[in-house]
Write a protein that binds this ligand. Structure first.
Ligand SMILES: [Zn+2]
Length: 273
């Protein structure tokens, strides 16, 4: 166990079973200057992953009468949950913000985070909370299944900005237990967007199923799921390393790339890659 730059204890348990380093399994480098949205992804994908499950549904842009009761494009209706957020913010300003004006006024001028956190959107895996990170330390992007596709402009821009402009020192891809995205890999999804999005994680399932016997007991089923969660972290780190500017920054020693796993049952964060 060691402390990182802001004193967070990270358990350096070695979860073996996959590539030892971030470069394992990478055979070629992507040219993101001429990206394609189809089959030109630089990493190996299973046959299953190359075929989109369904096409995205068409959107009409129409708004029903019920959704136009308020101002702007939102509903504007009163909501107990929104009130709860606003009340929570009042508590934050009173108990935190106003008690450390120097810090927050400095942050109001500029940010200088040390870590880019690529995590799952899961509500139970909140980066700042589970690492006790101070405000301004983590540059965060989250999506369903902590996936790093080569063709996602949002994620690409986040990674590029964090390396080229924010000069982060570390990038972490963070998965977690009981991940709905991993569980969904075994389902015949009727949700077109989710199914398409998960294509970039299917290789993790294929790898695990290729190296273990089909699970029979409930314990074996749980263990398989756990192995896929870990493999998905390794896979997404590999995807990340196919970005030329990430590879270059790693080779020049400007950043480190890691994979972490958060256990919801114990609250512990451990290093996978
Ligand atoms: Zn998840």
């Amino acid at each position: 166990m060691r402390s990182n730059a802001f004193g967070v204890r990270i358990i350096l348990s070695d979860i073996s079973g996959g590539p030892a380093g971030v470069s394992a399994g990478i055979t070629e480098t992507a040219d993101l200057s001429a990206p394609s949205l189809t089959d030109s992804l630089p990493f190996t994908r299973s046959k299953e992953a190359k075929t989109p499950v369904t096409k995205p549904p068409k959107t009409t842009g129409s708004v029903t009468k019920d959704t136009m009761s308020g101002s702007g494009s939102g509903t504007g209706a009163k909501s107990p949950l929104i009130d709860q957020l606003l009340q929570g913010n009042r508590e934050f300003t009173e108990n935190d913000f106003n008690k450390d004006p120097e810090r927050y006024q400095m942050l109001a001028q500029a940010q200088s985070p040390g870590v880019l956190w690529i995590g799952c959107s899961d509500s139970r895996a909140d980066p700042e909370r589970i690492t006790s990170a101070p405000p301004g330390e983590l540059f965060v992007t989250r999506n369903v299944g902590n996936i790093v596709p080569a063709h996602d402009w949002s994620l690409s821009a986040v990674v590029e900005y964090s390396i080229s402009h924010l000069k982060v020192q570390e990038i972490v891809v963070v998965g977690h237990s009981d991940c709905g995205a991993v569980k969904a890999l075994d389902k015949d999804l009727q949700d077109p967007y989710i199914a398409l999005w998960l294509n970039d994680a299917r290789e993790a399932k294929a790898r695990v199923d290729a190296r273990i016997s089909p699970p029979k007991t409930s314990e074996e089923i749980k263990e398989r799921t756990h192995q896929i969660e870990l493999e998905n972290i390794r896979l997404q780190v590999e995807h990340l390393m196919t970005y030329p500017f990430v590879r270059q920054a790693v080779d020049e020693g400007r950043i480190g790339v890691h994979g972490l796993y958060y256990d919801l049952k114990t609250g512990s964060l451990s290093q996978v890659v």
